[in-house]
Design a protein around this ligand. Structure first.
Ligand code: ACO
Length: 327
């Protein structure tokens, strides 16, 4: 499904500000060597990951989300009361219900509009961005607090070396605001193919085992499909907007694996100096990885106002998608 070009776009969703939060605890590859039969060399060579942040016991996804939201709010100069809706992309909510988003809503004092979670695994932030953008374009709300937040460590089997070296916790937030200027989200492209659900999933859930289960992944299959579907959706985005790869300032991909990121960049003929990578120090934070990467690059001055950004992700489902954004 594509959105954006076929209609006249009077209203667009501008990214007003960003924020993020990473838990204090850092887990290095050396720490993992003491937990499972692995090595720093294997992890770095296959994934690019050197360290990751892990939430403390008693620290929940909503805590991470609220911290990121408060930072985005502070940087925007707005009050919580100025926010019309809260959307949180997460696969690891505090509880089955209520949504993490209502906790954020209460914590920032945004009490007027809808608050809900979006679950599309690692593609969650792109899906939520597509939904938020359409809410704004429809004129239904003016400002949305949009967050990707995960305590994915809670779903990791810490004795399984094939997955425990990959995943990590964190949260990233953006505030979207309706604008009539030529900036903001230009188009979003969302896809899923449920016949690949066995490749990447959890072994439990509320209506099956009554537990959250553990992450199960067929690594090689996931890798193969990630490379194929991401290059397709990137191509779709370029063609839909009639732009060439050289017009892009930054590729901000989901941070699952350095080799997948490099392969997408190569297909776009983009040097790694135009790709935002955080996988080495964040690991795979699922729905949080893109807003975390965006916030890091905005904060350190790499991503500047007016630049053209291509965001893309693939995750369990399989789900995948992209967004073209004039920052
Ligand atoms: N340390 C040491 N050895 C390991 C480890 C580890 N942590 N994990 C697996 N191995 C071993 C395996 O047991 C296997 O050994 P064997 O040959 O004796 O059987 C060997 O290393 C090779 O395993 P593979 O799984 O084939 O290794 P591969 O090169 O495929 O790398 C990886 C694994 C990193 C998981 C890779 O497949 C991958 O990144 N896949 C994509 C996952 C992904 O990012 N999906 C998209 C995003 S979805 C999301 O973000 C939720």
């Amino acid at each position: 499904m594509g959105s954006g070009k076929t209609r006249k776009m009077a209203i667009r969703s501008k990214i007003l500000s960003t924020g993020s939060y990473l838990p204090e605890k850092v887990l290095t590859n050396a720490d993992l060597e003491k937990m499972v039969d692995t090595s720093d060399e294997w992890i770095v060579q296959r994934t690019g990951i050197k360290q990751r942040h892990i939430a403390a016991e008693g620290q929940y996804t909503s805590d991470l989300a609220i911290a990121a939201a408060k930072q985005a709010l502070e940087r925007s100069g707005l009050d919580g009361g100025d926010i019309d809706a809260v959307i949180v992309a997460t696969a690891t909510p505090d509880k089955t219900f209520p949504a993490v988003a209502v906790k954020v809503q209460a914590a920032i004092g945004a009490s007027r509009g809808p608050a809900f979670d979006v679950e599309a695994a690692c593609s969650g932030f792109i899906y939520a961005l597509g939904i938020a953008d359409n809410f704004i374009k429809a004129g239904q709300v003016k400002r949305i607090m949009l967050i990707g937040a995960e305590k994915i460590s809670a779903a990791v089997d810490w004795t399984d070396r094939t997955t425990c070296v990959l995943f990590a916790d964190g949260a990233g937030a953006v505030i979207l605001e309706a604008t009539e200027e030529e900036e903001g989200v230009i188009s979003t492209h969302l896809h899923a193919d449920g016949k690949y659900s066995e490749i990447l999933n959890t072994t439990g859930g509320p209506s099956t085992t009554g537990t959250i289960g553990h992450i199960y992944m067929e690594g090689r299959e996931g890798f193969k499909h990630a490379v194929t579907f991401l290059s397709e959706v990137v191509q779709e985005t370029l063609e839909h907007n009639d732009i060439k790869p050289e017009e892009l300032d930054w590729l901000i991909p989901h941070q699952a694996n350095m080799r997948i990121i490099e392969s997408t960049a190569k297909k776009l003929n983009m040097g790694m100096d135009r790709v935002v990578t955080t996988v080495d120090h964040h690991g795979n934070t699922s729905a949080a990885s893109i807003p975390l990467a965006l916030d890091e690059a905005v904060t350190d001055g790499r991503v500047k106002r007016g630049q053209l950004l291509l965001l893309e992700a693939l995750g369990g489902g399989l789900t995948w998608g992209s967004a073209l954004v004039r920052f």
